[in-house]
Design a protein around this ligand. Structure first.
Ligand code: BEZ
Length: 254
């Protein structure tokens, strides 16, 4: 992930809903006071702070310096680290992750890193974009780019089906306790334009600013009938993949 992509202030303005909607995942994690939990992709620490308030010994990692600075300002123990290959020299009772795994460029490397940081029997619990996530939004961007005669962007988001992700977990020694796709139309406080500016920058990479603006405006127009209600409120067509996995005990003598 490009380091400068995540500005904590802009993210808080356009995407505070990401952490606000993360509480059901915290409930699935069922944190217990005194246990140690790694927040993988902690962002500005909004959910990490909620875990800490429950008496959990939290540690957060994120690949954005801006986010890590914002999380540290909350007084949280955090470190800059890449989800694909991190080495923290300690292990945890659980790894928690919200709205992060869809950014991975290599899910096997990411889950292998998680696995290395868990006690035997440790929990890996989280939520991220699943199969079908933002299908309408991505299609509208592609159509707007096509109408402009510009090269198609490569979106490399990882949106697996439950069976695909279960197979990844299994390959890294996790038993899946629960896994489900949850369609979750998500209100966008700063509208579709705010969302596209925060999250979908690759659509305009290398194009002149005025072409980017035209693509953005056209994508917004194309999406209006599907994702804006009559009062002008926007939702994003999010589909979440929520999972709870547990590290399998190593077979002795193996
Ligand atoms: C998501 O949370 O599903 C998401 C966020 C940004 C870009 C794409 C998807």
């Amino acid at each position: 992930m490009a380091e400068n992509k995540w500005d904590a202030q802009r993210y808080a303005q356009n995407a505070r809903f990401v952490s606000n909607l993360g509480m059901p995942v915290v409930e699935l994690l069922a944190p217990v006071s005194g246990e140690s939990i790694l927040d993988l992709g902690c962002g500005d620490g909004a959910l990490t702070a909620k875990l800490a308030a429950l008496g959990v010994h939290v540690f957060g990692i994120d690949s954005s310096q801006s986010m890590i600075t914002a999380a540290a300002q909350r007084g949280l123990p955090v470190a800059l680290a890449d989800m694909h290959d991190f080495h923290l020299n300690r292990i945890f009772d659980a790894v928690f992750t919200n709205a992060v795994l869809h950014w991975t460029q290599d899910i096997h490397a990411t889950v292998a890193s998680v696995q290395r940081h868990l006690h035997a029997g440790g929990r890996f619990v989280g939520e991220f974009g699943g199969f079908g996530n933002i299908a309408a939004i991505a299609t509208a961007i592609r159509a707007a780019v096509e109408l402009e005669g510009a090269p198609q962007p490569t979106f490399s988001w990882y949106y697996p089906t439950p069976s695909e992700f279960k197979a990844v977990l299994d390959a890294h020694g996790f038993d899946t306790i629960s896994i489900e796709l949850i369609p979750r139309p998500t209100p966008l406080p700063t509208g579709m334009s705010g969302w596209l500016r925060t999250f979908a920058q690759p659509f305009g990479d290398g194009l002149p600013a005025e072409v980017q603006e035209r693509i953005l405006d056209r994508a917004v127009t194309l999406l209006q009938p599907a994702l804006q209600d009559k009062e002008g409120n926007w939702v994003a067509d999010y589909v979440r993949l929520r999972f709870h996995a547990v590290q399998r005990p190593a077979i002795s003598g193996a």
